[in-house]
Design a protein. Structure first.
Length: 347
Protein backbone atom coordinates (compact mmCIF):
# COMPACT_ATOMS: atom_id res chain seq x y z
CA UNK A 1 0.00 0.00 0.00
CA UNK A 2 2.98 2.31 0.47
CA UNK A 3 4.65 4.15 -2.39
CA UNK A 4 7.91 6.11 -2.09
CA UNK A 5 7.17 9.51 -0.63
CA UNK A 6 8.63 12.61 -2.20
CA UNK A 7 8.81 16.25 -1.12
CA UNK A 8 11.31 18.81 -2.35
CA UNK A 9 14.41 16.83 -3.27
CA UNK A 10 13.82 14.24 -0.53
CA UNK A 11 12.68 10.74 -1.39
CA UNK A 12 11.68 8.32 1.34
CA UNK A 13 11.65 4.98 -0.43
CA UNK A 14 9.83 3.16 2.34
CA UNK A 15 7.72 5.79 4.14
CA UNK A 16 7.53 4.17 7.54
CA UNK A 17 9.63 6.52 9.62
CA UNK A 18 10.98 6.81 13.14
CA UNK A 19 9.31 9.60 15.16
CA UNK A 20 11.43 12.16 16.97
CA UNK A 21 11.59 11.21 20.65
CA UNK A 22 13.58 13.29 23.11
CA UNK A 23 15.88 11.08 25.16
CA UNK A 24 15.60 8.16 22.73
CA UNK A 25 16.20 8.97 19.07
CA UNK A 26 19.89 9.80 19.23
CA UNK A 27 22.23 8.72 16.42
CA UNK A 28 22.78 5.30 18.06
CA UNK A 29 19.10 4.33 18.13
CA UNK A 30 18.37 5.92 14.77
CA UNK A 31 21.08 3.84 13.10
CA UNK A 32 19.61 0.67 14.60
CA UNK A 33 16.11 1.57 13.31
CA UNK A 34 17.47 2.50 9.88
CA UNK A 35 19.24 -0.88 9.64
CA UNK A 36 15.95 -2.53 10.57
CA UNK A 37 14.10 -0.82 7.75
CA UNK A 38 13.00 2.65 8.95
CA UNK A 39 12.61 4.83 5.88
CA UNK A 40 13.72 8.10 7.49
CA UNK A 41 14.26 9.67 10.87
CA UNK A 42 14.35 12.91 12.82
CA UNK A 43 16.76 14.24 15.41
CA UNK A 44 15.62 14.63 18.98
CA UNK A 45 13.88 17.95 19.43
CA UNK A 46 16.46 20.73 19.40
CA UNK A 47 15.95 24.21 20.83
CA UNK A 48 16.19 27.02 18.29
CA UNK A 49 17.12 29.38 21.14
CA UNK A 50 19.81 26.91 22.25
CA UNK A 51 21.35 26.99 18.77
CA UNK A 52 21.23 30.77 18.89
CA UNK A 53 22.93 30.84 22.32
CA UNK A 54 25.61 28.48 21.07
CA UNK A 55 24.70 25.97 23.79
CA UNK A 56 26.91 22.86 23.74
CA UNK A 57 24.10 20.75 25.18
CA UNK A 58 21.96 21.68 22.20
CA UNK A 59 24.56 20.81 19.58
CA UNK A 60 24.87 17.25 20.84
CA UNK A 61 21.36 16.63 19.42
CA UNK A 62 22.57 17.54 15.95
CA UNK A 63 25.10 14.71 15.67
CA UNK A 64 24.31 12.67 12.59
CA UNK A 65 25.75 9.37 11.38
CA UNK A 66 26.16 8.09 7.82
CA UNK A 67 23.36 5.61 8.48
CA UNK A 68 20.78 8.29 9.34
CA UNK A 69 19.76 9.54 5.91
CA UNK A 70 17.26 10.81 5.01
CA UNK A 71 17.10 12.76 8.26
CA UNK A 72 15.34 15.91 9.43
CA UNK A 73 16.82 18.45 11.82
CA UNK A 74 13.86 18.84 14.20
CA UNK A 75 13.68 22.21 15.98
CA UNK A 76 11.32 23.96 18.37
CA UNK A 77 10.87 27.58 19.33
CA UNK A 78 8.40 30.42 19.40
CA UNK A 79 10.32 33.30 17.91
CA UNK A 80 10.29 33.49 14.12
CA UNK A 81 13.82 34.93 14.15
CA UNK A 82 15.20 32.11 16.31
CA UNK A 83 13.55 29.43 14.15
CA UNK A 84 14.95 31.05 11.00
CA UNK A 85 18.47 31.28 12.46
CA UNK A 86 18.32 27.68 13.68
CA UNK A 87 17.11 26.45 10.29
CA UNK A 88 19.91 28.34 8.54
CA UNK A 89 22.44 26.89 10.95
CA UNK A 90 21.16 23.36 10.29
CA UNK A 91 21.26 23.88 6.55
CA UNK A 92 24.86 25.12 6.78
CA UNK A 93 25.92 21.98 8.66
CA UNK A 94 25.34 20.21 5.35
CA UNK A 95 24.38 16.87 6.90
CA UNK A 96 20.58 17.20 7.03
CA UNK A 97 18.11 16.36 4.28
CA UNK A 98 15.31 18.58 5.50
CA UNK A 99 14.17 20.80 8.35
CA UNK A 100 11.23 19.92 10.57
CA UNK A 101 9.40 22.39 12.80
CA UNK A 102 7.98 21.08 16.06
CA UNK A 103 4.43 22.37 16.54
CA UNK A 104 3.07 19.61 18.77
CA UNK A 105 5.20 19.11 21.89
CA UNK A 106 2.88 19.32 24.94
CA UNK A 107 5.63 19.34 27.59
CA UNK A 108 4.95 22.09 30.15
CA UNK A 109 8.28 23.89 29.91
CA UNK A 110 7.92 24.09 26.10
CA UNK A 111 4.25 25.15 26.08
CA UNK A 112 4.87 27.73 28.82
CA UNK A 113 7.25 29.47 26.45
CA UNK A 114 4.59 29.55 23.73
CA UNK A 115 6.46 26.95 21.63
CA UNK A 116 5.61 23.36 20.53
CA UNK A 117 1.93 22.55 21.01
CA UNK A 118 1.15 26.10 22.18
CA UNK A 119 1.57 27.25 18.58
CA UNK A 120 -1.59 25.31 17.67
CA UNK A 121 -3.63 27.67 19.84
CA UNK A 122 -2.95 30.40 17.30
CA UNK A 123 -1.97 28.52 14.16
CA UNK A 124 -1.33 31.72 12.20
CA UNK A 125 1.91 31.80 14.22
CA UNK A 126 2.82 28.44 12.69
CA UNK A 127 2.10 29.91 9.27
CA UNK A 128 4.42 32.83 9.98
CA UNK A 129 7.26 30.55 11.09
CA UNK A 130 6.85 28.23 8.10
CA UNK A 131 6.80 31.13 5.64
CA UNK A 132 9.90 32.74 7.15
CA UNK A 133 11.87 29.48 7.37
CA UNK A 134 10.94 28.51 3.80
CA UNK A 135 12.19 31.88 2.58
CA UNK A 136 15.44 31.56 4.52
CA UNK A 137 16.61 28.06 3.52
CA UNK A 138 16.65 25.93 0.41
CA UNK A 139 16.21 22.59 2.19
CA UNK A 140 12.63 21.25 2.23
CA UNK A 141 10.62 22.22 5.33
CA UNK A 142 8.06 20.07 7.13
CA UNK A 143 5.91 20.47 10.24
CA UNK A 144 5.21 17.88 12.94
CA UNK A 145 2.00 18.73 14.71
CA UNK A 146 -1.09 17.19 16.28
CA UNK A 147 -4.81 17.21 15.56
CA UNK A 148 -5.17 20.24 17.84
CA UNK A 149 -4.35 21.58 21.29
CA UNK A 150 -7.72 20.90 22.88
CA UNK A 151 -11.35 21.03 21.71
CA UNK A 152 -11.39 24.74 22.68
CA UNK A 153 -8.82 25.71 20.04
CA UNK A 154 -8.56 25.54 16.22
CA UNK A 155 -9.17 22.11 14.76
CA UNK A 156 -6.96 19.74 12.75
CA UNK A 157 -8.13 20.95 9.35
CA UNK A 158 -7.55 24.62 10.18
CA UNK A 159 -4.03 23.90 11.44
CA UNK A 160 -3.11 21.62 8.53
CA UNK A 161 -4.41 24.05 5.91
CA UNK A 162 -2.41 26.93 7.42
CA UNK A 163 0.71 24.74 7.33
CA UNK A 164 0.17 23.89 3.66
CA UNK A 165 -0.75 27.43 2.60
CA UNK A 166 2.40 28.76 4.27
CA UNK A 167 4.47 26.60 1.93
CA UNK A 168 5.45 23.53 3.99
CA UNK A 169 6.61 20.63 1.83
CA UNK A 170 5.25 17.87 4.08
CA UNK A 171 3.30 17.48 7.32
CA UNK A 172 3.38 14.75 9.94
CA UNK A 173 0.37 14.66 12.25
CA UNK A 174 0.03 12.88 15.59
CA UNK A 175 -3.63 11.90 15.90
CA UNK A 176 -4.06 12.97 19.54
CA UNK A 177 -4.85 16.36 21.05
CA UNK A 178 -1.97 17.99 22.93
CA UNK A 179 -4.11 18.16 26.09
CA UNK A 180 -4.22 14.35 26.04
CA UNK A 181 -0.42 13.95 25.76
CA UNK A 182 -0.02 10.27 24.79
CA UNK A 183 -3.23 8.96 26.37
CA UNK A 184 -6.10 7.31 24.55
CA UNK A 185 -6.42 6.14 20.96
CA UNK A 186 -5.06 8.24 18.13
CA UNK A 187 -7.81 9.47 15.80
CA UNK A 188 -6.84 8.04 12.42
CA UNK A 189 -10.09 9.26 10.83
CA UNK A 190 -9.04 12.84 11.46
CA UNK A 191 -5.71 12.03 9.82
CA UNK A 192 -7.76 10.87 6.81
CA UNK A 193 -9.68 14.16 6.75
CA UNK A 194 -6.37 16.03 6.66
CA UNK A 195 -5.11 13.79 3.85
CA UNK A 196 -8.29 14.51 1.87
CA UNK A 197 -7.94 18.26 2.33
CA UNK A 198 -4.22 18.75 1.58
CA UNK A 199 -2.09 18.36 -1.54
CA UNK A 200 1.26 18.00 0.24
CA UNK A 201 2.27 14.55 1.58
CA UNK A 202 0.80 13.63 4.96
CA UNK A 203 2.50 11.25 7.39
CA UNK A 204 0.21 9.77 10.04
CA UNK A 205 1.37 9.16 13.58
CA UNK A 206 0.04 7.71 16.81
CA UNK A 207 -0.69 4.25 18.11
CA UNK A 208 1.14 2.11 15.54
CA UNK A 209 2.73 -0.75 17.45
CA UNK A 210 2.30 -3.71 15.08
CA UNK A 211 2.25 -4.36 11.32
CA UNK A 212 -1.54 -4.76 11.63
CA UNK A 213 -1.80 -1.27 13.19
CA UNK A 214 0.17 0.21 10.30
CA UNK A 215 -2.08 -1.49 7.75
CA UNK A 216 -5.18 -0.29 9.59
CA UNK A 217 -3.95 3.32 9.86
CA UNK A 218 -3.28 3.31 6.12
CA UNK A 219 -6.68 1.77 5.37
CA UNK A 220 -8.61 4.19 7.57
CA UNK A 221 -6.73 7.39 6.69
CA UNK A 222 -5.08 6.87 3.31
CA UNK A 223 -2.03 8.84 4.53
CA UNK A 224 1.18 8.76 2.50
CA UNK A 225 3.40 7.46 5.26
CA UNK A 226 3.42 6.11 8.81
CA UNK A 227 5.46 7.46 11.72
CA UNK A 228 6.29 5.18 14.63
CA UNK A 229 7.32 6.35 18.08
CA UNK A 230 7.05 4.19 21.17
CA UNK A 231 6.37 1.02 19.18
CA UNK A 232 9.96 1.07 17.95
CA UNK A 233 11.56 1.33 21.40
CA UNK A 234 12.83 -2.16 22.16
CA UNK A 235 11.38 -3.36 18.85
CA UNK A 236 13.26 -1.77 15.93
CA UNK A 237 12.38 -4.90 13.92
CA UNK A 238 8.88 -3.44 13.54
CA UNK A 239 9.93 -1.47 10.44
CA UNK A 240 11.05 -4.56 8.51
CA UNK A 241 8.03 -6.49 9.76
CA UNK A 242 5.77 -3.81 8.26
CA UNK A 243 7.76 -3.94 5.02
CA UNK A 244 7.51 -7.71 4.90
CA UNK A 245 4.96 -9.25 7.28
CA UNK A 246 6.31 -12.72 6.47
CA UNK A 247 9.62 -11.74 8.08
CA UNK A 248 10.20 -14.00 11.13
CA UNK A 249 10.43 -12.38 14.58
CA UNK A 250 13.99 -11.87 15.78
CA UNK A 251 15.60 -14.92 17.34
CA UNK A 252 17.69 -15.12 20.48
CA UNK A 253 20.97 -14.40 18.68
CA UNK A 254 19.68 -11.48 16.65
CA UNK A 255 18.13 -9.73 19.64
CA UNK A 256 21.36 -10.11 21.63
CA UNK A 257 23.38 -8.77 18.69
CA UNK A 258 21.19 -5.68 18.26
CA UNK A 259 21.25 -4.94 22.00
CA UNK A 260 25.05 -5.12 21.99
CA UNK A 261 25.44 -3.03 18.82
CA UNK A 262 23.02 -0.40 20.12
CA UNK A 263 24.84 -0.13 23.45
CA UNK A 264 28.31 0.03 21.85
CA UNK A 265 27.17 2.77 19.45
CA UNK A 266 25.76 4.69 22.38
CA UNK A 267 29.12 4.47 24.17
CA UNK A 268 30.86 5.73 21.01
CA UNK A 269 28.37 8.58 20.65
CA UNK A 270 28.66 9.56 24.31
CA UNK A 271 32.46 9.50 24.07
CA UNK A 272 32.51 11.73 21.01
CA UNK A 273 30.08 14.16 22.67
CA UNK A 274 32.20 14.23 25.86
CA UNK A 275 35.34 15.14 23.87
CA UNK A 276 33.97 18.56 23.02
CA UNK A 277 32.63 19.30 26.53
CA UNK A 278 34.04 22.22 28.45
CA UNK A 279 32.57 21.14 31.78
CA UNK A 280 33.44 17.91 33.62
CA UNK A 281 30.60 15.38 33.85
CA UNK A 282 29.74 13.12 36.74
CA UNK A 283 30.13 9.88 34.77
CA UNK A 284 32.72 8.70 32.28
CA UNK A 285 31.19 8.10 28.80
CA UNK A 286 30.75 4.33 29.21
CA UNK A 287 28.89 4.82 32.49
CA UNK A 288 26.74 7.62 31.08
CA UNK A 289 25.87 5.49 28.02
CA UNK A 290 24.92 2.50 30.21
CA UNK A 291 22.62 4.69 32.30
CA UNK A 292 21.07 6.23 29.18
CA UNK A 293 20.49 2.75 27.76
CA UNK A 294 18.29 1.65 30.69
CA UNK A 295 14.87 2.51 29.23
CA UNK A 296 15.82 0.92 25.90
CA UNK A 297 16.94 -2.26 27.64
CA UNK A 298 13.74 -2.41 29.67
CA UNK A 299 11.81 -2.47 26.39
CA UNK A 300 14.14 -4.90 24.59
CA UNK A 301 13.53 -7.41 27.37
CA UNK A 302 9.80 -6.77 27.78
CA UNK A 303 7.82 -9.91 28.48
CA UNK A 304 10.84 -12.05 29.32
CA UNK A 305 11.35 -14.12 32.46
CA UNK A 306 14.01 -12.61 34.71
CA UNK A 307 13.52 -9.06 33.38
CA UNK A 308 12.27 -7.66 36.66
CA UNK A 309 15.39 -8.82 38.52
CA UNK A 310 17.59 -7.19 35.90
CA UNK A 311 15.67 -3.93 36.09
CA UNK A 312 16.15 -3.86 39.86
CA UNK A 313 19.93 -3.98 39.49
CA UNK A 314 20.09 -1.81 36.38
CA UNK A 315 21.24 1.33 38.21
CA UNK A 316 24.36 -0.54 39.31
CA UNK A 317 25.24 -1.81 35.84
CA UNK A 318 27.58 0.85 34.53
CA UNK A 319 29.81 -1.11 32.17
CA UNK A 320 28.99 -2.70 28.83
CA UNK A 321 30.29 -6.01 30.15
CA UNK A 322 28.05 -5.92 33.22
CA UNK A 323 24.96 -5.11 31.14
CA UNK A 324 25.65 -7.82 28.57
CA UNK A 325 26.33 -10.43 31.25
CA UNK A 326 22.95 -9.61 32.83
CA UNK A 327 21.23 -9.67 29.44
CA UNK A 328 22.70 -13.11 28.76
CA UNK A 329 21.42 -14.29 32.12
CA UNK A 330 17.89 -13.15 31.26
CA UNK A 331 18.01 -14.57 27.74
CA UNK A 332 19.25 -17.93 28.95
CA UNK A 333 16.15 -18.21 31.14
CA UNK A 334 13.95 -17.77 28.10
CA UNK A 335 15.42 -20.10 25.53
CA UNK A 336 12.78 -22.45 24.28
CA UNK A 337 13.96 -26.04 24.76
CA UNK A 338 12.38 -27.06 21.46
CA UNK A 339 14.09 -24.30 19.52
CA UNK A 340 17.16 -23.04 21.35
CA UNK A 341 17.78 -20.19 18.92
CA UNK A 342 14.45 -18.54 19.70
CA UNK A 343 12.86 -16.85 22.68
CA UNK A 344 10.14 -18.82 24.36
CA UNK A 345 8.35 -15.50 24.58
CA UNK A 346 8.40 -13.67 21.25
CA UNK A 347 7.79 -10.27 22.88
C1 LIG B 1 9.64 9.89 25.26
C2 LIG B 1 9.03 10.65 24.12
C3 LIG B 1 9.70 11.75 23.60
C4 LIG B 1 9.11 12.47 22.55
N1 LIG B 1 9.79 13.53 22.01
C5 LIG B 1 9.28 14.19 20.95
C6 LIG B 1 10.00 15.22 20.31
O1 LIG B 1 11.13 15.53 20.68
N2 LIG B 1 9.41 15.88 19.26
C7 LIG B 1 8.16 15.54 18.81
O2 LIG B 1 7.67 16.14 17.86
N3 LIG B 1 7.48 14.54 19.39
C8 LIG B 1 8.01 13.86 20.41
N4 LIG B 1 7.33 12.81 20.96
C9 LIG B 1 6.06 12.38 20.35
C10 LIG B 1 6.34 11.28 19.31
O3 LIG B 1 7.11 11.78 18.25
C11 LIG B 1 5.03 10.72 18.76
O4 LIG B 1 4.33 11.78 18.15
C12 LIG B 1 4.15 10.11 19.85
O5 LIG B 1 4.90 9.27 20.68
C13 LIG B 1 2.97 9.34 19.25
O6 LIG B 1 3.42 8.27 18.48
P1 LIG B 1 3.39 6.75 19.04
O7 LIG B 1 1.98 6.49 19.48
O8 LIG B 1 3.83 5.92 17.86
O9 LIG B 1 4.36 6.68 20.19
C14 LIG B 1 7.86 12.09 22.01
C15 LIG B 1 7.21 10.99 22.55
C16 LIG B 1 7.79 10.26 23.58
C17 LIG B 1 7.06 9.06 24.12
Amino acid sequence: MLKPLQFGNVTIDFPVVLAPMAGYTDAAFRSICKEQGAGACYTEVTSAEGIRRDSQKTFQFLKVSELDHPIAGHIFGKSVEAMVEAAQYIEKLGCFDWIDLNCGCPVKKVVRRGAGAALMKEPEEIGEIVRAVKKAVSLPVSVKTRIGFSPAFPDHLTIAKIVEDAGADMIAVHGRLACNFHKGDADWEKLGEIKQRLSIPVIGNGGVNTPADAAEMLRVSGVDGVMIGRGAIGNPWLFNQIKNPAQPLPGFGEKREVIETHLLRLVELTSSTAEGRRRKTKFIPEQAACLHFRPHLAQYLKGLRGRRGLLQELNNLKTVEAILTSVDKVLSQNVDATSPSRFSNSN
